[in-house]
Structure formats: C-alpha cells, structure tokens
Write a protein that binds this ligand. Structure first.
Ligand code: TPP
Ligand code: SF4
Length: 255
C-alpha cells in the first residue's frame, strides 16, 4: 500500500514531462484548461499530427507546457499562423490558443476571417475578462460594473460598450453545417474535455472551423481568494451563456 505513495502522477502523453514548475500564477485557469486539452488530444490519439500555437498574453506561458510542435506569435496572429500550417500540411490538427484580448480586440479580424472561410483548425479563446499578462486592464469581455486597472469605478457600458460575446459572434458567421462553436467553463473540466474532443474531431475529420471559448479565472488580477474566484466565475457564467451554439450532426455521438 505504501508503494502507491511513491508512484509518480499519471501524465497525459501530450503534456511535456520536463516543463518544471508552473509558469502560471497559483490558481490560474490556464493550467487546468491546457491539462484538459492534453487529455482530449491523448484520448483521440492525435498527438503526433497536432501543431499548437499560443498568442501574446498569459497564453504564451503555454509555450513548453505541451509535448507538441509549438509556435508562439503576436496578438491574435496565432490564428492565421496556424491555418497557414494546416494549409501547408493538410491533415495537421492545428490549434490556436489565445486570450480574450488577443482574440477579440487586436486579433479580431483574423478570427472573423478564419471563421468565415471555414479554416480547418481549432481556435481556443480563454476568457478571463481582463488583460491578464499586462496587469489586469479592461478587455472587450470585461463585465458591466467590473473593476479593472483601467475601470476603477467599474466598466460603464454607456462609455465602453457591453462585453463582447465571442462565441455568439463566431456562430453568426460560420458555415453551420461544418463548424463547431461553443462556450465552456473551467468550473466543469469533465464537460470541457468532451467539448475539446468534439472540436478536435471536427478538425481531424476535415470538416471545418472549431471555436471553443472557455470561461477562465485570473485570481491574481481579480485580487480574489479561492471562494471569491469561483463566485466570480459563476457571475461570468450568468453573463456569458455556457453551451454549444453550432454543432454539425456528425459530432452528436462524440463523448
Ligand atoms: C501591439 C501590442 N499592444 C500591446 C501589447 C501588450 N500586451 C501584451 S499581453 C497583453 C494583454 C493580453 O491579454 P489577453 O489576450 O486577454 O490574455 P491574458 O494575458 O489575459 O491571458 C497586452 C495588452 C503588445 N504585446 N502588443
Ligand atoms: S495573470 Fe491571471 S491569467 Fe495570467 S497567469 Fe496570472 S492568474 Fe493566470
């Protein structure tokens, strides 16, 4: 029985075993989301033909998290870099991993064009409602009333608009027979794994564009303890509806 205590943790093959200490802040959502993605890649046996791209922002700290061919690019440019790889090497499963700032502010035009053109890739947008890496400024997704470094009295929609709804925006412009568009949350990692498996399957089967927005947590910039962090995530789940928006018929059986 004591032998069990000395067994190393079981890691997914798609995780880099030599990554060392986490580069993310304690309690960050990125680590949970990436670990779940690695498990989904393993369960679908896609590791050897997957290419991973990470953006600027805290997502770039994923550059050595996975044992996959990886490229790091600037704000939202990860999307065109990844579909460039897929176009050059058809059959590659390309993943662009970005923050809500990268995907919905400076890189929004890339996301829109990839979605409209049904590029055969997976875009994962991690929504933590702020610009995490640069110290917690307002992002397109900041919620009404939310205090950030640049909205010290709370975001006022009269002045800066309402929060951008990435998944709904993408759903409005994709080919609904071929694309997969959904919003998930890091409060339910089991459901997130199924979501990633559907999104990856849609790409691996050459059907079309997959978009997964994941509601995530940023305790450092939110200045929240564990309880407050997950309470904030519940508020986000009320503001950004979790669930599938566009699902091709072929994916219905994927678990
Ligand atoms: C053109 C340009 N403007 C600003 C920056 C500074 N910058 C680096 S990361 C970042 C915020 C990224 O926020 P987000 O995409 O939401 O990712 P997060 O860090 O929250 O995961 C900004 C503004 C930059 N690198 N390049
Ligand atoms: S700043 Fe926020 S998003 Fe970035 S690593 Fe820290 S907790 Fe995670």
């Amino acid at each position: 029985m004591t032998e069990l205590l000395t067994l190393p943790p079981r890691l997914s093959n798609a995780l880099n075993p030599d990554v060392g200490a986490s580069k993310f802040c304690p309690g960050c959502g990125h680590g949970m989301i990436l670990k779940t993605l690695a498990t989904a890649i393993d369960e679908l046996n896609l590791k050897d033909n997957t290419v991973f791209g990470c953006d600027i922002g805290c997502s770039l700290l994923a550059w050595d998290f996975l044992d996959l061919d990886t490229v790091q690019t600037h704000h939202g440019r990860t999307t065109p870099v990844i579909y460039g790889v897929v176009r050059a090497l058809p059959g590659t499963v390309g993943i662009a991993y970005m923050g809500d700032g990268g995907g919905l502010a400076i890189g929004a035009q890339h996301l829109v064009n990839a979605a409209v053109r049904n590029e055969k890739m997976l875009a994962i947008l991690v929504n933590n409602t702020n610009y995490g890496m640069t110290g917690g400024q307002m992002a397109p997704t900041t919620m009404p009333g939310q205090i950030t470094e640049t909205t010290p009295y709370g975001r006022d929609p009269e002045v800066t608009g309402k929060p951008a709804k990435g998944a709904e925006m993408v759903a409005a412009i994709v080919d609904t027979d071929k694309a997969y568009v959904t919003r998930a949350t890091c409060s339910n990692l089991r459901a997130l794994k199924t979501t990633f498996k559907k999104a990856l399957t849609n790409v691996a089967e050459g059907r079309g564009f997959s978009f997964v927005e994941v509601l995530s947590i940023c305790p450092l910039n939110w200045r929240t303890n564990n309880v407050q962090t997950f309470d904030r995530l519940k508020t986000m789940e009320e503001c950004f509806k979790v669930g599938e928006i566009v699902v091709p018929q072929e994916l219905e059986g994927v678990k």
